[in-house]
Ligand binder design. Structure first.
Ligand SMILES: Cc1cc2nc3c(=O)[nH]c(=O)nc-3n(C[C@H](O)[C@H](O)[C@H](O)COP(=O)(O)OP(=O)(O)OC[C@H]3O[C@@H](n4cnc5c(N)ncnc54)[C@H](O)[C@@H]3O)c2cc1C
Length: 477
């Protein structure tokens, strides 16, 4: 915990910037969605920041960074706070820097948007769709299923991909994010600009190596996607449709490119398979559109390909129960299809029953559907299946986001071991370090950049295993 005198000096140095030490705010702003995991709930539930600060622009961010450095106070950046591994939980107290005051869209050009890091992705999407620089507007290449409440800085700092990844790859793929401005945590903070491959130095670094203030992202012409539900008599058939769709989309749209005119096979923004045992969690919203005796594919289909999609659904023995634009869904009080996929599937379940948790797995391509059938038989009602179809620059990727009936830690890790024995990679979402989760190994380029951007090791210490206390440069005032 910070020495009270240091905290007082810090507060004096940031005078005029919105901040509070009020208990309720600190408690709320010290949490994210780590409660998805009973294990993280145990290890992170009592973590608390000591002061919440909300700068309005980059100059105020620089003042906060300078003051935190001068008074050697830990600092954790927070966007929408929707990470589910405790990414923005302050592990050792200090400042919670709420970046949502930096919420301006700075410029929109054909193929590109420049914005501040704290803008909500929903606001960004609305802005690029409305801007007339491209007739019909433009759209973001991808967003998490938390689009409406998450920031773009938080997505790049803690996210991976999401809706749009079947069409445009993941955040990491070249050209998707093209430029980032980062404020360093030094007595005299600098603003460093990272471009192209250097962006990886801060992508998925959980806010440990600099404060992103501004980003430039690529855009594509806007599409009024059709949010679609197709139902099947068995989960394998639902998966077969998703595999066929992924294959067709791969041949139609290249990552970083526009649809190829000669091979217009299928174009979609989301392909999600959810098995029938999830249907009780969707009943309130979707009722007969997703009944308990059928498995579902939620998708977002390019309107020009809708008839072809319908034919594919029928070929795979499916039946359409919904085909609506996002506006029509909003008017009908229904959630968009992307809120029925990715990590929202677990949220749908947890809203009704907190005894569930989830896992994040990756399946090899070509997808072994028979293996998934065996896994369903093996685990019975202990594990419910949900798969996301995406692509990265190497080709198709199938993520599993299965729901797991939580018993205890030993059983959870037994199930993880069984997935691994089947050849599935498991991105452990029950640990809070970068390396313990998806990354598995220390990213030395990120640690080298931390030596530059956070030389005293003040940015959320404990989040990266690659940073050793001995690496911190001692501070001399
Ligand atoms: C229901 C649900 C669904 C989700 N779906 C997806 C999904 O589809 N795809 C996906 O990738 N993730 C998903 N997530 C995880 C998370 O919602 C996203 O990654 C989201 O983009 C995080 O944005 P945020 O603004 O909430 O970031 P936060 O949670 O506030 O921050 C995330 C990390 O980034 C750091 N950070 C934030 N802003 C900055 C900044 N300006 N500079 C430096 N570091 C910063 C924080 O310190 C933290 O480590 C989901 C989570 C939930 C709970």
């Amino acid at each position: 915990m910070t020495h009270p005198a240091h905290l007082r000096a810090f507060l004096a140095a940031i005078e005029g910037i919105d901040c509070t030490q009020e208990n309720h705010t600190l408690s709320v702003k010290s949490k994210d969605y780590f409660w998805y995991s009973p294990l993280l709930q145990q290890s992170l539930g009592d973590k608390l920041g000591e002061v919440w600060v909300k700068p309005r622009d980059q100059d105020e961010v620089i003042r906060v960074a300078a003051a935190a450095c001068q008074h050697q106070i830990n600092l954790t950046v927070r966007g929408g706070g929707t990470g589910n591994y405790g990414q923005c939980v302050p592990l050792e107290g200090g400042v919670i820097l709420d970046i949502t005051g930096l919420n301006r869209v700075l410029s929109i050009r054909p193929g590109q948007v420049r914005c501040e890091a704290g803008v909500l992705m929903m606001d960004l999407e609305r802005a690029v769709r409305a801007d007339p620089c491209v007739s019909g507007g433009q759209e973001l290449l991808m967003y998490p299923s938390t689009r409406d409440i998450a920031t773009i800085g938080g997505f790049v700092g803690g996210g991976y991909g999401g809706a749009g990844s079947i069409r445009n790859g993941i955040l990491k793929d070249p050209g998707n994010v093209t430029r980032i401005k980062v404020v360093t945590l030094e007595a005299q903070p600098r603003v460093i600009e990272l471009t192209d491959a250097d962006i990886q130095k801060v992508h998925h670094a959980f806010g440990t190596n600099g404060i992103m203030t501004e980003l430039t992202l690529s855009l594509k012409p806007a599409v009024d996607w059709v949010h679609h539900i197709a139902l099947f008599d068995g989960y394998p058939q639902a998966l077969q449709l998703c595999v066929a769709a992924t294959d067709a989309i791969s041949r139609t749209v290249s990552i970083g490119g526009n649809p190829r005119p000669n091979e217009q096979l299928m174009d979609a923004f989301l392909i999600t398979a959810v098995e029938r045992r999830f249907s009780p969690f969707y009943e309130k919203e979707f009722g007969a559109r997703f009944p308990a005796h059928r498995d579902a594919v939620f998708s977002m289909i390019h309107p020009d390909y809708l008839e072809r999609w319908r034919a594919m659904v029928v070929q795979h023995g499916g039946q359409e129960t919904m085909a609506m634009t996002e506006q029509a869904l909003t008017d009908a009080g229904l959630p968009p299809a992307f809120e029925c996929g990715w990590n929202h599937t677990t949220l749908m379940a947890l809203r009704l029953d907190r005894s569930w948790t989830n896992l994040q797995t990756i399946h090899a391509w070509p997808l072994d559907i028979a293996q998934i059938t065996q896994q369903m038989q093996r685990w019975g009602d202990e594990v419910l299946m949900h798969h996301e179809f995406a692509r990265d620059h190497n080709g198709p990727v199938v993520f599993g986001l299965p729901l797991v009936a939580y018993f205890d830690k030993d059983r959870l890790y037994e199930i993880i071991g069984e997935f691994e024995a089947d050849g599935c990679a498991v991105l452990d979402n029950h640990v809070y370090t970068i390396e313990g989760g998806g990354m598995k190994t220390i990213d030395s380029a990120q640690i080298e950049f931390k030596k530059i951007a956070d030389p005293h090791g003040l940015m959320n210490p404990g989040k990266t295993e690659g940073w050793q206390p001995g690496m911190a440069v001692p501070f001399t005032a």
